[in-house]
Design a binder for this molecule. Structure first.
Ligand code: BES
Ligand code: MN
Ligand code: MN
Length: 462
């Protein structure tokens, strides 16, 4: 790629300002109060894709938020790369933990980002990473170096389960036909340790409700004699892990793909410091399934976690009460071969079966999706790996991530193509947390690396 570095150097102020403008729109898909902002973000993405050189750009209506579709088809005999990203973001709560407002982007230096990072909700997940592809496209079209066909599919419901995108993909298989799907919505190990994400975990997300007496009761008059739903719920939750931190739901591990000793040894080669990990999180020790390392626990092993729990009196002061109901939101991260629908069913049956007669239990599934593993012995992975070699001067390490992008498995099923996950974020970028940020170096490095993927992919396809 001719002059990609100098093109970025010349345009980097503009590249930053354009991203900052996108980050100012609060496209929170979970909260209907922000509907107009989500829609405005779709419009902004459309304009940016047109400016970057797409010949056709459409706002495609769906039952929910629209999908922004763009394409530049230069020659049907050449390969087609489909870029996926999302323009919606997580809610910024808790607001008081942000050092600057979530939708007023600021640039600050950090230990990990000495050149500065953009602080804003969506900076890394996923507006910043999605926009790298738009700017890489701009570079390739403006310098006449686009070597193949490109399609963009940018959705607005990733953070709430991609329901409308599933509908869109199922109904537009031909329009979306491609040779490879390219996504930047994950991370890498460190700026001097590039890695390519080769796996994502699946997900089953459920909500449980435990009901005891038909009304809230005086905890003196009734305490000790009737079941307290909060006590019962916490006992039930505690019983879901045994003393080795194995999940106790019968059948939960039946389909789990076990890695070979060689594969685990390969994984263990990735640089990792347990001390630095503990220090970054201010924890005295790590915690997890016996027999597995921290990196295995958070990528190749399934988990069960309470994401929220509530009930009873939580206001100021004390109120002596036994609540009628208690609730929890529970997520299970799944690994390849575990089917999320089956796991949801196993959870429901088990949770209902362990409830004592003194309460009733309701389990409501939210959403879920399958995990995904990218093969590394194919052209697409090699094209990505070589791209990093060119721009980072190092061969990237293949690494499975613990996060989920459930739609990736659906892409494979419906569009029959593999996905390459070229993520440029760091774990410390605080996605979904207060003070989310994205390194400027990472942003520009992404823009620099992506065009080499295209070049290599086309060359290797010949
Ligand atoms: N981009 C993330 C997923 C991610 C981040 C994967 C970092 C790997 C590394 C995505 O936006 C996300 O947050 N996914 C959700 C699932 C979704 C169904 C709400 C998740 O993983 O919790
Ligand atoms: Mn994301
Ligand atoms: Mn996310």
């Amino acid at each position: 790629m001719n002059d990609v570095k100098s093109y970025i150097e010349k345009n980097k102020e503009r590249f930053l300002n354009e991203l900052i403008d996108l980050l100012k729109i609060p496209s929170i898909s979970a909260d209907s109060a922000y509907k107009n902002d989500v829609l405005a973000t779709a419009e902004a993405v459309k304009t940016r894709l047109e400016e970057a050189g797409c010949d056709v750009v459409e706002i495609c209506q769906t039952p929910g938020y629209p999908v922004v579709y763009g394409e530049k088809m230069i020659d049907p005999s050449l390969p087609t790369v489909l870029v996926y990203g999302h323009y919606d973001v997580q809610p910024p709560d808790p607001l008081d933990l942000w050092d600057s407002p979530a939708f007023e982007p600021v640039i600050k230096k950090t230990d990990k980002h000495p050149d500065g990072a953009i602080f804003a909700r969506g900076a890394c997940d996923d507006k910043g990473q999605m926009y790298m592809h738009v700017k890489a496209m701009e570079f390739m079209t403006k310098t006449n170096q686009l070597p193949c066909n490109v399609k963009f599919m940018i959705e607005g419901e990733e953070e709430i389960g991609s329901e409308s995108l599933s509908w869109f993909v199922e109904n537009n298989r031909e329009k979306l036909a491609n040779d490879v799907i390219l996504i930047s919505d994950t991370g890498m190990i460190a700026n001097d340790v590039p890695s390519i994400t080769t796996g994502l975990r699946g997900l089953s997300y459920v909500e449980v409700e435990v009901t005891g007496p038909n009304r809230d009761l005086h905890s003196g008059l009734y305490g000790g004699a009737v079941a307290n739903p909060i006590n019962i719920l916490t006992q039930m939750i505690a019983s879901l892990h045994d003393e080795n931190n194995h999940i106790t739901i019968p059948g939960f591990y039946d389909d789990v793909e076990e890695l070979s000793t060689e594969e685990r040894a390969e994984m263990a080669k990735a640089p990792f410091s347990l001390d630095a990990y503990k220090e970054a999180l201010d924890i005295g020790d790590v915690h997890g399934e016996k027999g597995y390392t921290t990196n295995e626990r958070n990528s190749i092993r399934p988990t069960l976690d309470v994401n929220g729990i509530w009930g009873g009196y939580t206001g100021e002061g004390a109120k002596t009460v036994i609540a009628s109901k208690a609730y929890a939101k529970i997520s299970m991260r799944l690994v390849p071969n575990q089917d999320w629908v089956k796991i949801t069913e196993l959870f429901k049956n088990h949770f209902e079966s362990i409830a004592p007669k003194s309460v009733t239990v309701k389990v409501s599934p939210h959403h879920g999706g399958q995990g995904y593993v990218t093969p590394i012995d194919n052209i697409a992975y090699q094209a990505a790996s070589k791209a990093y070699e060119t721009t980072f001067g190092k061969t990237p390490i293949p690494q499975r991530s613990g996060g989920s992008i459930p739609i990736v498995a659906l892409f494979e099923k419906e569009l029959k193509s593999k996905t390459i996950l070229m993520g440029f974020g760091l774990d410390s970028d605080a996605i979904h947390s207060p003070n989310e940020h994205f390194g400027i170096w990472n942003y520009l490095k992404g823009i620099e690396t992506i065009p080499y993927f295209y070049q290599n992919f086309v060359a290797l396809n010949r």
